[in-house]
Design a protein. Structure first.
Length: 92
């Protein structure tokens, strides 16, 4: 492996882990199959749970980005980001 490749990958021995990728694909496929079997009301609840989870991850990122912000300010930033995303979706 040349020096350019070592710099690009960060290691002369870099190789993607095929087993982890295969496991991730299997888990994803399993989740899709389970979701297809869910009644509509369970899908609605699952969507709400996923949204709440995504918001908690985003809030954690906001806390790292703005460590001086209090909880109220972090929620305001989250709302602004959600509104921005909504506007971007409407514009296509």
């Amino acid at each position: 492996m040349g020096s350019e490749e070592t710099v690009a990958t960060g290691s002369a021995n870099f190789a993607p882990d095929v087993e982890i990728q295969r496991l991730a694909e299997d888990l994803y496929r399993e989740r899709v199959l389970l979701a297809r079997k869910m009644p509509p009301e369970e899908k609605l609840l699952a969507g709400e749970e996923l949204f709440d989870y995504a918001c908690s991850i985003t809030l954690a990122g906001i806390a790292r980005q703005f460590p001086e912000a209090n909880d109220e300010e972090r929620l305001t930033i989250l709302k602004e980001r959600l509104q921005l995303r909504e506007r971007m979706e409407r514009r296509g």
